[in-house]
Design a protein around this ligand. Structure first.
Ligand code: PXL
Length: 277
């Protein structure tokens, strides 16, 4: 059985980050360890008055203990960080623990804006982590922030623009860069990936559902690393991850509160069927 460690926050209510990664990756037959970057009473997307406990100081201590224990991981998956300083600590985690596959979701922004609570310093910190990755999955907002570009709304760009962003992102060092939430014509949205070594692109486009829920990026990322750990080729892993998100959104569309995330729990049977189980 493969073993992943995820480094991201625990939002006690609201189904995102670690509270999605743990159940989804486990259900996919992959062990999931966790280093929490912060503990919040809820996520920051639409709630106010949430608590926030920063766990930055714990990361070096956990790293030192795990190094002493000789723990080994097939994959590292990082998401939402509690502070920009955590990026450098995760860099040291990579140096000390040497996970075989490094997957970075630079979860910091969406719809043209940084998430509440982040200042501009998070952008360079996330970029430095992305530059060490085997695979990165920024959404278009995160990709443009990391490249110092203006955000462009859906329908105001073409595929050539996305290809250019991907090439420039991968120049920093990431082996494969994928941009999520690409929407060139309104009817469809999808993911476009670029492999730096071969210069090849891969993409997966699907129906663009007319709703939006919090936490879907995290569900996509968790499913993607699960599928990669189950040795699916990237194109198939992208399809499985996107389909799992679409299924979960469809299962939630009777529930109008976008803050409560999607009912991914109802979609585990279909997810396992996509893995061939
Ligand atoms: O889904 C990304 C995310 C993760 N964790 C926290 C968040 C968000 C997005 O708003 O607030 C705490």
């Amino acid at each position: 059985m493969k073993k992943v460690v995820t480094i991201q926050d625990i939002s006690c209510f609201g189904k995102c980050s670690a509270t999605v990664a743990l159940p989804v990756i486990s259900a996919m037959g992959v062990e999931c360890a966790v280093i929490p970057t912060a503990v919040l009473s809820t996520h920051t997307g639409g709630f106010t008055g949430y608590t926030f406990r920063d766990l930055t100081d714990d990361i070096p201590a956990v790293t030192a203990h795990w190094k002493k224990e000789g723990l080994r991981f097939d994959g590292l998956y990082t998401g939402y960080l509690g502070s920009p300083e955590q990026a450098a600590m995760i860099g040291r985690f990579i140096d000390e623990i040497r996970p075989s596959y490094i997957f970075i979701d630079p979860a910091m922004a969406d719809n043209g804006r940084l998430y509440a609570g982040f200042g501009p310093e998070i952008v360079g910190a996330m970029k430095s982590l992305c530059d060490r990755a085997d695979l990165i999955v920024p959404n278009l907002t995160e990709a443009t922030l990391m490249l110092g570009e203006e955000y462009r709304a859906p329908g105001t760009y073409d595929k050539a623009y996305i290809h250019d962003l991907l090439r420039r992102l991968a120049e920093g060092g990431a082996k494969t860069a994928a941009i999520t939430g690409v929407n060139v014509n309104g009817a469809q949205q999808g993911i476009v990936a670029y492999h730096r070594d071969t210069g090849e692109f891969e993409e997966y486009f699907h129906e663009n559902l007319p709703v939006s829920y919090h936490g879907t990026g995290d569900l996509f990322a968790a499913t993607l690393i699960g599928a990669i750990m189950r040795e699916k080729p990237l194109a198939e892993a992208l399809r499985i991850a996107a389909t799992n998100v679409l299924n979960a959104i469809r299962a939630t569309m009777d529930d109008p509160d976008y803050r409560y995330s999607v009912k991914f729990e109802l979609c585990v049977p279909e997810l396992l069927a996509m893995l061939g189980e």
